[in-house]
Ligand binder design. Structure first.
Ligand SMILES: [Cu+2]
Length: 315
């Protein structure tokens, strides 16, 4: 249960990490020892019994087998394999049987970000906030292709599929932040499908949850929109410096005309931005792929208003 990084693995941040690591290192070192024995034997026999000038041809009669040797090289590996099976099965069960008192968070993967829905109505994008010392169950699904939820520090990895739920659970040991990756190649934006898991003390979590459901009420719409633009992952696809990334840049576009793939032209106004957020496929900007995800059900009206105000302010 160490918390420092080891030769092959990052610091362990969950209660299961120590057990996964122990099994992993057992496998690594057992393989190295076996490899050493086989290689040393090969080199030794190669040198000891190499062909020399004047040697008679090798005798072929009278050599059948060596029972002791054969039993040894069968029984030792069998014992090792059986140990690894039962050990692995034990850890597997612990990782797969969710404790009854686990709190549940809904995870949605889509091109190319993660959404987390908490029981009390709060939601976050690309940042999972959980209490320390409490088991957390993630109920996961995808809106489009196969993604995979991976938190190396927790030693958990689980595919996130369309049309099906998958489950993963863990208990973070103490407060801190951990990297979250999508580890299934899911298209051109795959490398930006990253996030963090922020572990906070249990008391702080309750407070966070309360404020998370009504953040921004104290901010001016443009400022709130600026935050949402980052926290809801718009930045992964939209530049504010006039560069074209996955999507078109959004600075200085308000009030200007834009050409659509369908042939027509529209003026970028409040309604067009709103439609772009909720029904991105309704009018697709010429020269771009229709890959913007819908934010229907993710953004509340107040948040859409703030984003519109923010984009408007970017002149
Ligand atoms: Cu992905």
């Amino acid at each position: 249960m160490d918390t420092t990084a080891t030769l092959f693995l990052p610091p362990g941040g969950s209660t299961i990490a120590g057990e996964v690591d122990a099994l992993f290192y057992f496998l690594v070192y057992a393989s190295i020892v076996m490899f050493g024995i086989v290689l040393a034997g090969m080199i030794f026999f190669g040198l000891r019994y190499r062909h020399r000038q004047g040697d008679a041809a090798a005798p072929t009669a009278g050599i059948s087998h060596n029972t002791k040797l054969e039993l040894t090289w069968s029984i030792i590996p069998t014992i090792l394999v059986v140990i690894v099976f039962f050990w692995g099965f034990n850890v597997y069960l612990k990782m797969n049987v969710v404790p009854k008192d686990a709190m549940e968070i809904k995870v949605t993967g889509q091109k190319w970000f993660w959404t987390f829905d908490y029981p009390e109505g709060a939601n976050t994008v690309n940042e999972l906030v959980i209490p320390a010392g409490k088991p957390v169950k993630l109920l996961m699904s995808s809106k489009d292709v196969i993604h995979s939820f991976f938190v190396p520090d927790f030693r958990v990895k689980m595919d996130v599929l369309p049309n099906r739920y998958t489950i993963v659970w863990f208990e973070a040991k103490r407060e801190g932040t951990h990297n979250l990756f999508c580890t299934e190649f899911c298209g051109t934006g795959h490398s930006s499908m990253i996030g963090t898991v922020r572990v906070v003390p249990e008391r702080e979590y309750a407070e966070w949850l309360e404020t998370a459901s009504n953040v921004g009420s104290d901010l001016a719409p443009e400022q709130y929109g600026e935050r949402l633009f980052v926290s809801k992952a718009c930045v992964t696809c939209h530049s504010l410096e006039g560069k074209s990334v996955v999507g078109p840049p959004l600075n200085g576009v308000f009030g200007k005309p834009v050409a659509l793939t369908s042939g027509g032209t529209v003026i970028i106004d409040e309604n067009y931005i709103r439609e772009s957020i909720l029904e991105p496929q309704a009018s697709v900007v010429a020269g771009y792929q229709p890959v913007m995800p819908t934010y229907q059900g993710i953004l509340k009206d107040r948040e859409i208003d703030a984003l519109v105000a923010y984009i408007k302010s970017l002149q």
